[in-house]
Design a protein around this ligand. Structure first.
Ligand code: SF4
Ligand code: SF4
Length: 197
């Protein structure tokens, strides 16, 4: 039911081909059914380094940094999901921030989601959440051995990224470089220092 793709360090399940998780159902059956790809991915230093390592600096600038839905933070970039215009017609003022966010998900589709295909990003450019997330309806069907395996895979995925980000964020901060003010310097830094762990 679930497998680990060692090439891209990602957890996969064929359940996604016929996603039935109730939490991720779209608000309207005519909307694109993206399942948990209704999410707004946050790409950080680790994912940016993967692009630079592949010689894809131009791809990073054009597809991620200059994306129309990007919010550039000092050391990460949020690509906000596409939200169906019907969401803005709802009256949600009485709801909490979390309740509104849950409803918003039902109207959202990740900018990289491709119907009938899935994620349009290369596997090594996907962030930890995208490479590790498995919904409860799939997880609940796993036996104890598989659940324990799932935890180990999660640790593997997160540890590598956490260590990388901690080290390089600290270094970039000490040089006064960040993605908001000096993106090319950050990319130059990652190109040279990213492989030194
Ligand atoms: S992980 Fe679950 S919610 Fe996400 S696409 Fe697969 S089946 Fe759907
Ligand atoms: S980046 Fe890919 S895996 Fe992640 S939410 Fe978007 S389409 Fe899904």
């Amino acid at each position: 039911m679930i497998t680990f793709d060692t090439n891209y360090k990602q957890i996969l399940t064929n359940a996604c081909l016929h996603c039935r998780d109730p939490y991720f159902l779209p608000a309207n059956p005519t909307f694109i059914h993206a399942g948990c790809c209704s999410y707004s991915p946050v790409l950080g230093l680790f994912e940016i380094y993967q692009m630079i390592k592949d010689g894809n600096r131009e791809y990073f600038i054009n597809t991620i940094y200059n994306h129309k839905a990007a919010t550039i933070k000092p050391y990460e970039i949020i690509i906000h999901a596409n939200v169906h215009p019907q969401f803005d017609q709802l009256s949600l003022n009485h709801l909490s921030h979390i309740e509104k966010a849950d409803i918003r998900l039902q109207y959202s589709v990740c900018q990289f989601f491709e119907p009938q295909k899935g994620c349009g990003l290369p596997g090594n450019y996907k962030n930890t959440t995208c490479r590790s997330f498995i919904c409860l309806s799939v997880e609940d069907q796993l036996d104890e051995q598989r659940k324990s395996q799932l935890k180990k895979w999660n640790t593997l995925i997160y540890q590598e990224v956490k260590t990388f980000v901690k080290q390089h964020r600290k270094a970039l901060q000490s040089f006064g470089m960040n993605l908001q003010t000096d993106v090319q310097s950050v990319l130059n830094y990652l190109e040279v220092e990213g492989s030194k762990n």
